[in-house]
Design a protein around this ligand. Structure first.
Ligand code: ATP
Ligand code: MG
Length: 281
């Protein structure tokens, strides 16, 4: 006879198909005495493209790093597809999930960083197949075939044998995008992926991301200062300040008639001379 289970304690069986892709529930993150995120609650539905904006230090990267389990929340719960990520409520207590369980969920999440973070001692191809082979258990042949397709799709079919440092920043970032996609992620986290690039190559990286947004149903959580890109790609924008959401709106509303004074000041500063130039395509 099946025993009664609390959905909070039975993540595998209790996760409804309609669960949001990402759910932050009363999340707190502190570094020592510095409370960076406090009582943070938000949800990202499957297939959503959500852009996080806000001043430096407001906690945007920390949010992505928590989802990627590069950091652990000091309070509250993060659920991915209805499953607790690093901590769960069990018997009224907040307990850490096993490394195995965390790894299982992390497989579905990819992240692209501002500084590319490729393994410098590996070739481009080795960078891309590393996780599919070692984490997903794909054969080297299978992973290589997929990697070559992905390199083709990001316009770098001839760079498989190159080392990252032999590539330009834009090329490295395209490899990093291919590497993230090689895991067939359900959720893709993008942290200011064009901020370290020369202005003339920002467009080509954004074009690749636009195509991914247009041709897949990957849930995307995006931190960017490229407001036109945010407007084109995302369906929701969350404005952060001091680790809290101060405003949430569709891009159309956020970029044309922000309500909160902090959002107005932030957008004014970021858009500078480009104000009025953000429009729909
Ligand atoms: N590993 C860490 N140790 C201590 N403090 C940290 C650490 N990582 C982040 N912080 C602090 O957390 C706060 C939020 O940082 P975070 O990097 O999330 O901000 P951000 O919104 O991404 O800023 P930016 O726009 O500059 O990238 C900052 O006060 C930062 O100093
Ligand atoms: Mg950041």
């Amino acid at each position: 006879m099946p025993t009664t289970t609390d959905s909070e304690t039975a993540p595998e069986s209790g996760a409804p198909a309609t669960a949001p892709a990402i759910r932050f529930q009363d999340v707190e993150k502190r570094f020592g005495d510095n409370v960076v995120l406090k009582d943070l609650n938000f949800e990202v539905s499957k297939g959503d493209r959500v852009t996080l904006i806000g001043p430096s230090g407001s906690g945007k990267t920390t949010i992505l790093r928590l989802v990627m389990t590069l950091e652990k929340a000091t309070g509250g719960y993060i659920h991915i597809n209805g499953e607790p990520l690093t901590h769960e409520l069990r018997g009224g207590k907040r307990v850490e999930r096993s490394e195995k369980a965390q790894k299982q969920i992390r497989k579905r999440i990819g992240m692209v960083f501002q500084q590319f973070n490729l393994f410098p001692n590996m070739t481009v191809l080795e960078n891309i197949i590393e996780a599919p082979v070692h984490v997903l258990g794909q054969s080297k042949e299978q992973a290589t075939r997929r990697a070559m397709e992905l390199l083709e799709s990001v316009g770098l079919p001839n760079k498989a044998k190159a080392h990252p440092l032999q590539l330009s920043g834009g090329q490295q970032q395209r490899v990093a995008i291919a590497r993230a996609l090689a895991m067939d992620p359900e959720i893709l986290l993008l942290d200011e992926v064009t901020s370290a690039l020369d202005p003339e190559i920002v467009g080509e990286v954004l074009a690749i991301l636009r195509r991914i947004a247009d041709t897949t149903d990957i849930t995307m959580l995006i931190v960017t200062h490229e407001m036109q890109f945010a407007r084109d790609v995302s369906n929701r924008v969350l404005m952060f300040d001091g680790g809290r959401i101060v405003e949430e709106a569709t891009p159309d509303v956020m970029f044309t008639e922000p309500k909160h004074e902090r959002t107005q000041a932030f957008l004014h500063a970021v858009l500078g001379g480009q104000e009025g130039q953000i429009g729909t395509h």
